[in-house]
Design a protein around this ligand. Structure first.
Ligand code: CA
Length: 250
């Protein structure tokens, strides 16, 4: 399930979109202008924003551009909604950083298809598709995790938070995620939860992966955060030590 923020001042359209979003299993939050949208985003990062171009006060394009300029919201998936079907407007919307652009009137089916496509590309951890990486299989539909070791598959037991954390890591591998980013994307709360909560759950996740020799799939990157790596256990630690040793002899 994903959280979709709908920024639309025409309440009839917003309500209609919300009905379709909820029907498709998304959570919908409706706001009618840019300041309200910003306040919501400050509170909790949505998985996707449907952003109307023409808003009272600050326009949707200005808001999209602002979000693209901020580290926290740079990757926020945005679909721009507009009553203007001009090619030039479409270009301006995409230039402002929108991931997709939809002209009104649009069919709910098309909107849902576009949302799925953008989520698949930018927020696959919100979808139900099974993920396979480093011999590890995670299936959100059945909530099962297993790892293939030689001939056999080892079934793993994970708590709900560790499951979400692993799902996020596996859909965003080989990249370093700071604790603040993980709180935003996995917990949905970067304000009231302490960063060391992340450390506690990473530790639990490593323990849960241990029966399948998977603890080393999650690297600690000192001063930066955590990274899921399919390169195998301990490789990057060795690399770090070699780098340090290299510096010492230089
Ligand atoms: Ca409008």
């Amino acid at each position: 399930m994903s959280l979709v923020l709908v920024v639309e001042d025409e309440s009839a359209i917003a309500e209609l979109i919300a009905i379709h979003l909820r029907h498709a299993g998304h959570e919908a939050v409706l706001v009618a202008d840019a300041p309200a949208a910003q306040a919501r985003v400050d509170e909790r990062l949505p998985d996707l924003v449907l952003l109307d171009w023409m808003l009272p006060g600050q326009s949707g394009v200005q808001l999209a551009r602002h979000w693209r300029g901020e580290a926290r919201t740079r990757e926020l998936p945005i679909i721009m909604l507009t009553a203007r079907a001009d090619e030039a407007d479409k270009v301006a919307g995409l230039d402002a950083g929108a991931d997709d652009y939809l002209s009104k009137p649009f069919s709910p089916r098309e909107l849902m298809a576009r949302i799925r496509a953008v989520l698949r590309r930018k927020a696959p951890q919100t979808l139900d598709a099974a993920v396979e990486l480093a011999g590890l299989t995670l299936d959100p539909a059945t909530r099962r995790v297993s790892r293939r070791l030689g001939e056999q598959a080892v079934e793993l037991k994970l708590g709900p938070t560790e499951f979400r954390l692993l799902h996020f890591f596996m859909t965003h591998p080989e990249r370093v995620h700071s604790r603040a980013q993980l709180l935003d994307r996995v917990w949905g709360d970067h304000v009231f939860i302490e960063e060391r909560t992340v450390d506690v759950h990473v530790k639990r996740l490593r323990e849960a992966l241990a029966p399948a020799q998977g603890s080393g799939l999650i690297d600690t990157v000192r001063g930066a955060g955590y990274r899921f790596t399919a390169q195998g256990a301990g490789v990057s630690v060795q690399r770090e030590q070699m780098a340090t040793a290299g510096k010492a002899t230089a």
